[in-house]
Write a protein that binds this ligand. Structure first.
Ligand code: ATP
Length: 504
């Protein structure tokens, strides 16, 4: 499965979806990526699908587009200056840097694996007579591993509370965790590393200020709460949506666009009356899952992961996870953030962040439920789900992207069968009519088979082939990507057939 993932990554580059940043320079730039001509179309379609379902379809949700730079005190108030840290540790031999929490979590997973191995072994040995529950609760080796796992888990969770950096290091030493590269236990101390990027704003020594690149788009919404409420005259509950870039100096940046240092978020903050937040939390959980499922990428590929350990601002939190080739992974977070953010901004800015409720004649700081999804992770889940190396009946293989049709970068390719006899001109005429309604592409070179394959590889759901008969009777061959079936249709019907299936 790792192999499939590698193929998807190179497919993305080969077919103009995603390029590594600054690639012509030998070192490039790690964990930063550029989207190519097909990638940007797919990404824009994802954003439109989200924006429309949030802003267009909800009368009580409006959008904003806040700046990336903000007054630095915002990040003090939000907790990011003090608490947006990862605990880091270096191995002196390999000179590699790790997140201490990841090393310990991997160790916990190792105990799990040992338990599962014992269970599998016994199941094989005893066959039908095997009572798994009984085995798990009585087998000596299983119980030993379980105890080690639970003790480690408890010790780790306690150490992360502070976090207690010395204790984290001690755990790594006590567990005898080795660096996977050098194989040694030569660890440095654990230290905190803030994930925010900073830069300086201002031109003279005394006006220069340290400012940050926003690590989440949410705060741009909170600081504009009063502006938006006043100008839209929305009553609670109502939401504010935003799509924009966020920046995090991730330590372990890997898995392609899954974890990047510059990425894009689609966030919506839903403000409500105190005490109603759990109802809205449940509402948004359900609604967001439906949004994912409506793309038709298989309901079984999604699951919720409810958080036991909550961030300082939250009273409930869950992730929507998608099955990537490297396991179920978070794509979206849904958090009940209480009135934490607005209250903090009230405290730090001195501005009252209150809502006057005309029904109860009271003013209060609203509660907030957030839905936050990474555009790039969504992009990755769509690519991973769509990629197929399909074995055809004639024994050959075709690489095809079964993209949800509304998300495809190109909806329809218009292909003259041969590059002569008036067919290119006729194809151009057809394209000129269709291009005002959805994305099209025209291509005359190479054999028709090769051109079909190229369109399959970028996920184009429809190919229209123009041949000699077209000139006589104004019909074309319409080819469907997934089934490869072909149908003869009048040119005048094309727009309707395609629009029906690709509109978001
Ligand atoms: P993780 O635990 O994977 O680091 P997170 O819980 O820190 O993610 P949030 O702060 O909840 O993530 O951000 C909301 C969403 O933003 C995530 O669900 C994810 O889709 C996206 N996201 C967060 N960090 C990154 C990143 N480094 N690269 C790409 N997308 C990201």
């Amino acid at each position: 499965e790792e192999d499939v993932f590698k193929k998807i990554v190179s497919h993305c580059k080969e077919y103009g979806f995603v390029f590594p940043s600054s690639e012509i320079y030998p070192e490039g730039l790690a964990a930063v990526y550029d989207y190519g001509p097909n990638g940007v179309e797919l990404k824009n379609n994802i954003k439109k699908y989200w924006w429309d379902s949030m802003v267009l379809l909800h009368n009580n949700i409006v959008g904003i587009d806040a700046a990336i730079f903000m007054n630095p005190t915002v990040w003090k108030a939000s907790g990011h200056v003090d608490a947006f840290n990862d605990p880091l540790i270096d191995n002196r031999d390999s000179k590699k840097r790790y997140r201490a929490d990841n090393l310990i979590e991997d160790q916990i997973a190792k105990y799990e694996e040992k338990i599962e191995k014992e269970v599998k072994k016994a199941a094989k040995k005893y066959g039908d007579a095997f009572d798994e529950a009984e085995f798990r609760s009585t087998n000596k080796r299983v119980l030993e591993h379980q105890k080690k796992r639970d003790d480690l888990h408890a010790r780790y969770t306690a150490a992360m509370q502070g976090p207690d950096l010395e204790e984290l290091k001690q755990i790594i030493l006590d567990e005898g965790i080795v660096d996977p590269i050098s194989g040694t236990k030569n660890w440095t101390d654990v230290r905190q590393f803030n994930l925010m990027f900073s830069t300086e704003m201002g031109s003279t020594a005394d006006t220069t200020k340290k400012i940050y690149l926003r690590p989440e788009t949410a705060q741009g919404i909170f600081v504009n709460f009063l502006n938006v409420q006043r100008t839209t005259r929305n009553k609670l509950p109502f939401g504010i949506a935003q799509i924009g870039k966020a920046f995090r100096n991730e330590i372990v940046a890997r898995q392609f666009v899954f974890r990047m240092r510059e990425f894009e978020q689609m966030e919506m903050q839903f403000f409500c009356q105190p005490g109603t937040e759990m109802k809205w939390f449940e509402y948004w959980k359900k609604h967001r899952l439906q949004w994912h499922e409506a793309l038709g990428m298989g309901d079984e590929n999604y699951r919720f992961h409810d958080h036991e350990k909550l961030a300082h601002y939250a009273n409930a939190a869950t992730d929507i996870e998608f099955k990537m080739p490297f396991g179920f992974k978070e794509v979206e977070g849904i958090h009940s953030r209480t009135n934490f953010d607005l209250s903090q901004h009230e405290k730090y800015s001195g501005t009252k962040m209150r809502y006057f409720d005309p029904e109860t004649n009271e003013s209060y700081v609203p509660y907030d439920v957030e839905t936050s999804i990474g555009v790039d992770r969504m992009f990755l889940s769509v690519m991973c789900h769509s990629y197929e190396e399909e074995k055809l009946e004639n024994g050959s293989t075709r690489v095809v992207l079964h993209l949800p049709e509304p998300l495809a970068p190109i909806k329809c390719a218009v292909l003259p069968l041969v590059n002569k006899d008036g067919l290119p001109e006729k194809a151009k005429e057809i394209q000129d009519e269709l291009k005002f309604h959805f994305t099209t592409h025209i291509e005359a070179k190479d054999s028709i088979g090769k051109r079909y394959r190229r369109q399959d590889a970028i996920g184009t759901p429809f190919c229209v082939t123009v041949d000699g008969d077209t000139l006589k009777d104004n019909t074309v061959t319409l080819r469907f990507r997934d089934s490869m079936k072909q149908e003869r249709v009048p040119i005048e019907n094309l727009r309707g057939i395609i629009e029906d299936r690709v509109s978001i």
